[in-house]
Design a binder for this molecule. Sequence first.
Ligand code: GLN
Length: 299
Amino acid sequence: MATIGALLADAVQRLRASGSDTPRLDAELLLARAVGTDRIGIIAHPDVPVGQDAAAAFAQDLARREAGEPVAYIRGLKEFHGIALATDARALIPRPETEALVDAGELQIVGRLARGAAAAAGSRVRVADVGTGSGAVAIALAVALRRRRILEAVELVATDASPDAVALARENAAAHALLDSISIVEADLLPASLGRMDVILANLPYVPSAVVAVLGGSARFEPHLALDGGADGLALVRRLLAGLPATLAPGGVALLEIGADQGVAAPLAAAAAVPGWPTVVTADIAGLPRVLQVDRPAS
Ligand code: GLN
């Protein structure tokens, strides 16, 4: 019977040869899944023999990974902002850089509650996650707010144009006991009929069409719709910006994830759509432009 260590060494070599950028991490995660442990268990017990069923399951997963399928789709889950989310081909895999959007949203909500803006108006802070996909941003935000015991003070809506994404987001919300706290609706961007929001968060597709066509890595397996942002990548961003006068409350804020090379084009698009509204671009953990913030003046 092969040991954990032997299977791991062989898998790392094969995944490196197949072109994975992270062969060791991939192999550890997949072997842990097959054996029924976590990465620590794999690293700590190289001499433990692996049973036949587990070895066979691992061989299958390894073949899928060698063919380029993302680890998150093979495992069916991805860690994001400290929580686990179900992932499959129905939606984009949550990316680490998107955690910055969750943090920025949380900060805005906490600030608004502290200033008592919503309480004074006798209502909750209204928050929308537009193009929620797997539900990652809305759910991670709700988990963070629940931990702070301020989830009740927030009204959270998540939208997606894809019925598949909506279904996955609902499954994820249910898994985190948030189905009653997030209203997940199938819709094109943010319909004005949902009422004005105080905080709008959006990780829309922002990759230029021509780039999507030649993307490697996980993008080959992800829904085209979740990545394709039109000719210059900003088609949907522009459409959301154009809708802000109807969807964002006075004094509200919109936070949009953007591509690292859109740090100039995105604020220009905002200036064209909502002239005079202050905009600022902030960086992600890698120091790259990542979040476009657009503030609606209070009056
Ligand atoms: N950051 C993702 C990528 O480069 C794109 C995500 C998106 O379009 N929202 O693959």
